[in-house]
Design a binder for this molecule. Structure first.
Ligand SMILES: *Cc1c(COP(=O)(O)O)cnc(C)c1O
Length: 408
């Protein structure tokens, strides 16, 4: 496989320049311009190939343009794409039935982006709190975890403790209490009679693949049941095969009251998110109280139904588990050699880079020159989330490149 030089081609420079001139600077992309993708690989405008170890933050769990997902989208494109929910369409019901079954729940509320699923979860929890639990009007609280990432909307960034996500976007919505992640006792201590829900990521992705201590999710489940509080699991990044199970909650055989799903649900083709829960919870939402023009559109749910079908065999989950073990063994060897710590769950890893080697961004830029795409998070961490279709030999090759980069 080719080794790339870091010098930028003039064509690439021109495209990046135009983007920088006309696209708001809310991201700091790696200096590579992708024009094609297939499976775990992408090709840039100069024809160089790269192994994509980020997978659009797990939105590409099935790789780029998985043939079965593209086929479902093509078929639907030729029939019907959008109706709004003013009418029924002939795809939404079958998608919802399949997704509800995958989750072991009754009802699905379809939205588009992950942040919308989180916002929907918050609304459902509050409505449930007032209408079912009997919380004093406008007094409901939701317990969240430090280090959380649940999206970029104004309500959500209000309870983020990441200054970049949070600062200068106030005033912030009240009603959220944040406690240490991984500490179930802290959650219980924060619960009052006005608490409607506990909202956590079972594994914190954006924070750097932070895995809570074994038993945490089970304890959170018990605490929520004991205090009549909804357990909302944000599985937008951790769910749908990534950790070697359908959901990260499955690692502890825990079933939350509410699943928040997104990213990979859209098959790497379009945004599709969902809130999934039983009728005693999600049933509180009445006509006219919540919605989305694009939520549940036939094109998105045709893709989503194919994704659910693919997950129903367990093949991708087994693959993620097996490849994850392989990845973990290889990454463990790097600790003490430019790496201070690795955290692995299925085919998902956070790699803390020794500051003497460089920053996470610098390592990502050097990996780019070696033909591997990875993304830094929070300064010193590299996050790896390869498409679940990646091969063991490709992972080995990528780790060779990482070793090379770390030896600098
Ligand atoms: C990405 C992500 C979101 C937000 O999803 P968007 O589609 O970017 O709005 C929410 N929660 C978690 C855990 C995520 O990883």
């Amino acid at each position: 496989m080719a080794v790339h030089t870091p010098s930028l081609h003039t064509g690439t420079m021109r495209i990046i320049g135009a983007e920088e001139q006309h696209v708001a600077h809310n991201y700091h992309p790696l200096p590579v311009v992708i024009s094609r993708g297939e499976g775990a690989w992408v090709t840039d405008v100069e024809g160089k190939r790269y192994l994509d170890l980020l997978s659009a933050y797990s939105a590409l769990n099935f790789g780029h343009r998985h043939p079965a997902i593209v086929a479902a989208a093509r078929e639907q494109l030729d029939r019907l794409t959008l109706t709004s929910r003013a009418y029924h369409n002939d795809r939404l019901g079958t998608f919802a039935a399949a997704l509800a079954k995958l989750c072991g729940k009754d009802l699905v509320l379809p939205m588009n982006t992950g942040a919308e699923a989180v916002e929907t979860g918050i609304k459902v929890a509050r409505a449930w709190g007032y209408r079912v639990k009997g919380i004093t009007p406008d007094a409901a609280t939701i317990v969240v975890a430090n280090g959380n990432f649940h999206g970029r909307t104004t309500t959500i960034v209000g309870f983020s403790d990441d200054p970049q996500a949070h600062d200068d976007f106030g005033p912030y919505a009240p009603g959220f209490v944040s406690v240490a992640f991984g500490d179930a006792a802290a959650i219980e201590a924060a619960i009052t009679p006005e608490t409607a829900a506990v909202l956590i990521e079972p594994i914190q992705g954006e924070a750097g693949v932070v895995i809570p201590p074994e038993g945490y999710l089970r304890e959170v489940r018990e605490i929520c049941t004991r205090h009549n509080v909804l357990f909302i699991a944000d599985e937008i990044q951790s769910g749908l095969g990534r950790v070697g199970e359908t959901f990260a909650c499955d690692r502890e055989d825990v079933v939350p009251d509410v699943y928040l799903l997104g990213k990979a649900l859209g098959g790497g083709i379009l945004p599709l998110s969902a809130v999934v829960a039983n009728a005693d919870v999600l049933g509180v939402i009445r006509p006219g109280e919540h919605g989305s023009t694009f939520g549940g559109n036939p094109l998105a749910v045709a893709v989503g139904e194919r994704v659910v079908e693919m997950l129903s065999t367990g093949e991708f989950q087994r693959r993620a588990a097996a490849l994850g073990e392989h990845l973990e063994a290889r990454l463990d060897e790097l600790v003490g050699h430019g790496v201070t710590e690795v955290r692995v769950a299925g085919l998902w890893a956070g790699i803390d880079i020794d500051p003497s080697v460089g920053t996470g961004r610098e390592v990502a830029e050097r990996m780019l020159t070696r033909g591997v795409l990875v993304k830094d998070t929070h300064g010193q961490t590299i996050r790896i989330a390869p498409p679940l279709v990646v091969r063991a030999t490709e992972l080995d090759w990528a780790i060779e490149q990482l070793k090379y980069v770390l030896e600098g």
